[in-house]
Design a protein around this ligand. Structure first.
Ligand code: LLP
Length: 436
């Protein structure tokens, strides 16, 4: 993993400080900033490294309309984890043949909605991770394209909570996969096999990735053989999932996508496909597309020296960006308002939520923060806004889109919620009847 220039990710230093500060003034904080040009670049980097593959954007990383449209224009497909994501991808212009719905223990309501979308878009593919999901599709009259998700017995990723292979709820166990695949092919149009090891895979995980892809290649050859014996159509693709990591810390080397692509190709080998073609490789990255295209801006409200650290209270919290609280995830943080002559102090940047997990960093050097300063939390484009909540009755933040390094041309793409947005779904209780 040598990290050529192309592998460089966009760090906080690469953003225009004055431009970000001006956005914080204009749109107030907390504020997400998303650079759509960078999103396109990331799509292109993936397509360049995997020219032979179908590249599907895992929509869950950032489902904003502006991002979905940008990704669609860049030529990627969409991988959706729920009926809601399918609906939003369709609204952003993805066509049925570029839509892949990954059904994880799917609620009946989701299956109903996707089967109804399939009526209008018969090329949608449903990826199924349990044999009984096939029955549930059958019961609804679905007889379209399905893909079988397999648990390859290998998990990887930046935290145990984001490992989806091995001891996890996802996919059909590898040992049961051939029989389930053949059953699926007899009842539906089985177009692919799928596995996803986890999220945030680094260069150090390359051996695990190679092992997973190798197991999928073996399985696909076994299934292809049985399909051919039964005279059933062959596989169109083998999807080896997403999970390509992004180096959040300065010292982490960037992922060498070309090395990952070469290892993937090598480990997969050739899988006989449909109509005399080889089955294609498919990948479905989310984080890699959006992580370094986003920044969260927040303003300092309180600076409080304590015996252990200086608490820097900011107006963003775990409701806006939950990754540090949930996974102890590291995000770079810089004080955009700092005067360079000021020294750095050990600071604990904390939000306004009544939970002690509401901390973005603990005792980390930060150029001396003062009340009113604007801080930038970097690499916040993936799983940032998407995982935001309204806990403590906090409306979700606004988001503004920019194109490239010139931040003067910005467009609001999500308005800041109001408390009214939160209470719109509520109804006052009826007056209690008098029971005497
Ligand atoms: N495909 C499937 C089936 C997935 O479950 C996921 C992510 C992806 C693709 C995309 O993975 P990515 O390329 O983004 O790593 N909230 C966590 C990440 C959870 C990922 C869940 N599945 C985080 O903030 O780190």
């Amino acid at each position: 993993m040598d990290g050529t220039n192309d592998d460089r990710i966009r760090r906080l230093d690469d953003w225009d400080t004055d431009g970000l500060t001006a956005l914080a003034e204009e749109f107030e904080t907390p504020l997400y900033v998303i650079d759509l040009e960078r999103v396109s670049e990331n799509c292109n980097r993936l397509r360049d490294a995997f020219p032979e593959a179908e590249v599907r954007y895992a929509v869950k990383a950032h489902t904003g309309r502006s991002v979905l449209e940008t990704v669609r224009r860049a030529g990627l497909d969409a991988e959706c984890a729920s009926a809601g994501e399918v609906e939003r991808a369709l609204a952003a212009g993805f066509r049925g043949d570029s839509l892949h719905y990954t059904a994880v223990n799917p609620p009946a309501r989701d299956l109903d909605a996707v089967v109804s979308a399939w009526d209008d878009h018969p090329d949608i593919t449903v990826t199924v991770g349990a044999a009984d999901t096939l029955d549930r599709l059958d019961e609804r009259g679905f007889d379209g394209r399905v893909c079988l998700r397999v648990n390859p017995g290998i998990g990887a990723g930046h935290h145990e909570k984001v490992r989806t292979g091995g001891h996890a709820k996802f996919g059909v166990p590898l040992s049961r996969a051939p029989e389930t695949a053949i059953d699926a092919a007899r009842r539906f149009d089985l177009v692919g096999l799928h596995a996803h090891a986890g999220s945030g895979i680094s260069g150090a995980d390359l051996a695990d990735h190679r092992e997973l892809v190798g197991r999928m290649g073996e399985l696909a050859r076994t299934v292809a053989e049985e399909l051919s014996v039964e005279g059933l159509p062959g596989l169109e693709y083998v999807d080896v999932g997403g999970g390509f990591g992004v180096p959040y810390r300065e010292e982490e080397p960037p992922l060498d996508l070309n090395a990952v692509a070469a290892a993937t190709r090598d480990a997969l080998g050739t899988v006989p496909g449909r109509d005399g073609d080889a089955a294609r490789l498919a990948i479905e990255p989310g984080r890699y597309v959006v992580a370094d295209a986003g920044v969260l801006l927040t303003r300092v409200n309180t600076v409080k020296p304590t015996p252990d650290t200086t608490i820097v209270g900011v107006d963003a919290g775990m409701t806006d960006l939950i990754r540090p609280a949930l996974y102890d995830a590291y995000h770079p943080i810089a004080n955009l308002s700092a005067n360079l002559s000021q020294e750095a102090i050990p600071a604990t940047v904390a939000g306004p939520i009544c939970e002690s997990a509401d901390v973005f960093c603990d005792n980390r050097p930060l150029t001396r923060p003062e009340r009113g300063d604007v801080l930038a939390v970097g690499i916040a484009g993936a799983y940032g806004y998407e995982m935001a909540s309204q806990y403590n009755s906090r409306p979700r933040p606004a988001e503004v889109a920019v194109d490239g390094s010139d931040l003067s041309d910005s467009r609001p793409v999500r308005h800041r919620e109001t408390v009214e947005d939160l209470t719109r779904v509520e109804r006052p209780i009826e007056p209690l009847e008098d029971h005497e």
